[in-house]
Design a binder for this molecule. Structure first.
Ligand SMILES: CCCCCCC/C=C/C(=O)SCCNC(=O)CCNC(=O)[C@H](O)C(C)(C)COP(=O)(O)OP(=O)(O)OC[C@H]1O[C@@H](n2cnc3c(N)ncnc32)[C@H](O)[C@@H]1OP(=O)(O)O
Length: 281
């Protein structure tokens, strides 16, 4: 399964385990050993944006859960009201320190590989907005349930940046080639209803019902013999993951070169300004 991938990375240890609970400053995890279902809540305020340390925490958590023999499934959700994840922390890309920028992108790649290929069954309970990197996390899960009146999508072009090929591949695998082509060009953020219609999410339920719906669906997943379920996931996803695995170093270098361009820095600076202005309106 993902063991060939797992062996290659030794994660930083920042997650603490107390019995069936794991805690870090940005993540809360509990494991129900009766059902084998873990619940991971992201809580990096104000918007669960993905910085280097948060990405490492997410990945460490998945690794720790994979090592727990009693854990078969993972539900990912947010503890921040109305926001699942605002995607990459733009401050990691804007006026960056070059060494940190390298490490940051590597951490994003590693988190994605871990989540995308984990033998655990995964469900995203999308209880808030989920742009760009937030959408990547969602589409890397096996099943997606979303609450109404939020948005989700790969909106990178709106920031003057380009979704990398592995974001594109994960999106293509979810909604198909033509829809991805349109979505990426326009930086499309789908409403919950549009996302359901296009197959970007699998189910829509109210915010109040989302955890119950996720638990119910997860019980279906964990009932399936574990190895068979995990191997069919591998069958579907290994080729996509391998494309990144075999080009990780050059992908980091491309990203760093891209980010350091004046034009890209200008676009990111402008986008950040717009975010602040929007807030003051
Ligand atoms: C070759 C490779 C090329 C590079 C590829 C890079 C791939 C990039 C992937 C990404 O994920 S880029 C990030 C994309 N994300 C967004 O566009 C989301 C932007 N944010 C929003 O739309 C909104 O903030 C929100 C998530 C809908 C929440 O709205 P709300 O009104 O509730 O909060 P705000 O007042 O807007 O935000 C609060 C606070 O947080 C800051 N912030 C928001 N998003 C980010 C972010 N992604 N990174 C860093 N900071 C973010 C926002 O500016 C506010 O800050 P303060 O004003 O309070 O300081």
């Amino acid at each position: 399964m993902a063991s060939s991938i797992l062996r290659r990375f030794i994660p930083r240890k920042t997650t603490w385990m107390y019995g069936q609970r794991m805690m870090s400053s940005t993540i809360d995890v509990s494991v129900d050993e009766q059902t084998g279902i873990a619940l991971m809540k992201m809580k990096r305020k104000p918007v669960n944006s993905l910085n280097l340390e948060f990405l490492q925490d997410i990945r460490n958590t998945i690794v720790t859960l994979e090592q727990n023999k009693k854990c078969k499934g993972l539900i990912l959700t947010s503890d921040v009201p109305k926001i699942f994840s605002a995607g990459i922390d733009i401050l990691e890309m804007y006026q960056p320190n070059e060494e940190r920028l390298h490490n940051f992108w590597r951490a994003l790649q590693d988190m994605w590989l871990q989540l995308y290929m984990t033998p655990l069954a995964t469900i995203a309970a999308i209880n808030g907005h989920s742009p760009a990197g937030g959408c990547l996390i969602s589409i890397s899960c096996d099943y997606r349930i979303m609450a109404p009146n939020y948005t989700i999508g790969l909106n990178e072009t709106l920031l003057g940046i380009v979704a990398p090929f592995w974001f594109k591949d994960a999106m293509c695998n979810t909604v198909g080639y033509r829809e991805t082509e349109i979505a990426l060009a326009l930086g499309k953020l789908y409403s919950t209803d549009e996302a359901l219609q296009k197959g970007l999410v699998d189910e829509v339920v109210t915010s109040e019902q989302i955890m119950e719906a996720a638990q119910r669906k997860m019980l279906e997943y964990v009932k399936i013999p574990n190895m068979a379920r995990a191997m069919s996931k591998q069958l579907m996803r290994q080729e996509t993951a391998d494309k990144l695995c075999s080009t990780q170093d050059s992908d980091v270098q491309n990203f760093v070169n891209f980010c350091l361009q004046d034009k890209v820095q200008q676009s990111l600076g402008f986008y950040l300004e717009q975010l602040k202005k929007r807030k003051s309106k």
